[in-house]
Ligand binder design. Structure first.
Ligand code: ZN
Length: 344
């Protein structure tokens, strides 16, 4: 390979990624192929989606009112075949299900990497495939997924399952079959929800091994965070002593001066402990203990300030004292008492 001979050449992204995934022992799952041939958008009629129940706040509105409005909507679809679709996610994985008014139930267990959104789309896709061969030509699909119903109306979808739905709708259209969608609040379609949950525990159901590439993003994110965390756990930096996780820190609204003091203490780099690097003088030592002067020594170890620490209710470890969301006033009062607040 060319890049093996040229030492200064960066490896191609693909090669770097492959090596990284190899070190993480990641096995690529079977994914949906990228669809290149899709029906021209002007030939596929956008499906009719009724989202009017969205106007009801599900926590504040009486269930009876929502149900009454739902039945009013459904009264327009009396001659239609009703299919409920749903998906759920438990620790065992994601499952998709649909159930027809005539009692036909179908459950699909998805790969562990699949998101609930992919589950919702899969349930709709399977319902559409079912209608192609079974229904009387008119179908209404009832789902609680607002994101799925919204996505179905996209003119140029990129999610692979969404593209398959688009194709399926095109086939149905060519067969002169009508498909409508009604979005209901999540607590209304309890039947399909129960089916979907059971599917995660029973193995004799249909299993879909393919994963949408979109869902791998979350897996990659988790893998990267885990690898970074493992590296951070071995770090000897001063910040690692008080910040145990690599996840972003929460932002607390502090005054500028408080923010500066807390951040410098957490990093372990202050004027009193590190200015010798700039001044090119000797490393400072504690006048009482004659040991190197560090933030940890000032805040936790120096016996000369035991009384002050007790007075300000300091915990016994630096990690506890400088944890995220620590009390800046407690630190500043202590530093003022020992005469070091202006040296941070
Ligand atoms: Zn000391």
């Amino acid at each position: 390979m060319v890049y093996n001979q040229k030492k200064n050449t960066d490896l191609p992204f693909y090669e770097r990624l492959n090596r990284y995934l190899h070190t993480l022992q990641f096995q690529f799952p079977d994914t949906y192929p990228s669809e290149t041939i899709t029906p021209p958008p002007w030939t596929v009629k956008l499906p009719d989606c009724n989202k009017s129940l969205i106007r009801f706040n599900k926590t504040e509105t009486n269930q009876t009112i929502i149900k009454k409005n739902f039945h009013q909507i459904m009264s327009h679809f009396q001659e239609y075949n009703h299919i409920y679709t749903d998906a759920s996610n438990t620790e065992n994985g994601t499952a998709a299900a649909f159930t027809t008014a005539s009692g036909y139930n179908s459950c699909h267990k998805l790969s562990k990497a699949s998101s609930v959104f992919s589950g919702e789309l899969t349930a709709i896709l399977k319902a559409l495939e079912y209608t192609r061969s079974h229904d009387n030509g008119k179908t209404v699909i009832i789902t609680d997924s607002l994101s799925a119903v919204t996505a179905i109306s996209q003119l140029y979808p990129s999610h692979p399952i969404l593209i398959l739905i688009k194709k399926e709708l095109h086939h149905l259209q060519q067969q002169n079959k009508t498909t409508h969608f009604v979005r209901v609040p999540s607590q209304m379609d309890e039947i399909a929800d129960r089916l979907a949950r059971d599917a995660t525990d029973i193995d004799e159901l249909h299993t879909i091994t393919r994963t949408a590439k979109f869902d791998l993003k979350q897996i990659f994110k988790e893998m990267i965070i885990n690898a970074w965390q493992a590296e951070w756990n071995l770090s000897k930096s001063k910040l690692a002593e008080v910040k145990k996780t690599v996840l972003p820190r929460k932002i607390y609204s502090l005054e500028r001066k408080q923010q500066t003091i807390v951040t410098r203490l957490r990093l372990g780099h202050t004027r009193i402990t590190h200015s010798h690097l700039i001044d090119k003088t000797q490393e400072p030592t504690c006048e009482i203990c004659h040991c190197p002067l560090t933030v940890k020594h000032i805040l936790i170890e120096c016996e000369a300030y035991n009384r002050h620490r007790k007075l300000h209710g300091f915990p016994s470890t630096l990690a506890e004292l400088l944890k995220e969301g620590c009390n800046p006033s407690q630190l500043i009062d202590y530093l003022t008492d020992i005469g070091s607040v202006n040296e941070i």
